[in-house]
Write a new protein. Structure first.
Length: 162
C-alpha cells in the first residue's frame, strides 16, 4: 500500500487473469476456471445482449443463464463500431452474484453511463460487449507499480477532506 492519502491495488496476473469475450463470436470455447468450477464464459456476453435487447424492447428479462452464479466484482463494457469506440462501462468492486450482477450492469452500463447518451435499439447490431470478472487483487508497492494495458487498478483514498 502506498503511503500518504491513497493506496493502489493491482490485479495479480497469471495465465487465467481475465478474459474478454465478444457477444458476436464465441472466443473462448470452455471459459476460465477458478480452480473449482467455470467462472468466465462466453455465455456471459450473450446474456448481456439478451438482457439489453429485452430492456430496449420492453420485454421480460431473459431466463437465468447456466453459467457460474458465484459472487465476483465485475464490469460490463460496451463498445461500438469496427474501431470499437467505448459506448459504456460500469461495474462494481463489490462481489455480487454473477447472474444478478451481469443482468444489472449490462443495462446500467448501456443506458446510465453519464459520459454517453443511452444505447438505442438501432445500435444493437453494431455493439461489442466484454464482461470483466475481477480476481486476485494485490497491494501495489507504490503509485507507479502497474502497467497500462496490462493491469486494472483500484485507487483508494483515505482521510479524504474537502
Amino acid at each position: 500500500m502506498a503511503s500518504g492519502c491513497c493506496g493502489t491495488k493491482k490485479q495479480k496476473l497469471n495465465n487465467n487473469s481475465s478474459v474478454p469475450c465478444n457477444g458476436t463470436t464465441s472466443l473462448i470455447p470452455n471459459g476460465i476456471r477458478n480452480g473449482m468450477g467455470l467462472v468466465a464464459h462466453p455465455d456471459m456476453c450473450y446474456y448481456c445482449f439478451d438482457v439489453l435487447y429485452c430492456h430496449l424492447h420492453s420485454l421480460e428479462p431473459p431466463k437465468s443463464p447456466d453459467f457460474c452464479h458465484d459472487p465476483y466484482p465485475l464490469f460490463v463494457t460496451w463498445e461500438i463500431g469496427r474501431d470499437r469506440r467505448l459506448r459504456g462501462c460500469i461495474g462494481t468492486f463489490n462481489a455480487i452474484n454473477l447472474h444478478n450482477g451481469i443482468r444489472e450492469y449490462a443495462v446500467t452500463s448501456a443506458v446510465k453511463d453519464s459520459r454517453f447518451s443511452p444505447i438505442s435499439r438501432e445500435e444493437l447490431t453494431k455493439l461489442h460487449v466484454s464482461v470483466s470478472i475481477l480476481r486476485h487483487f494485490e497491494d501495489g508497492a507504490d503509485y507507479s507499480d502497474w502497467e497500462v494495458g496490462v493491469h486494472g487498478i483500484r485507487i483508494e483514498f483515505h482521510n479524504e477532506k474537502g
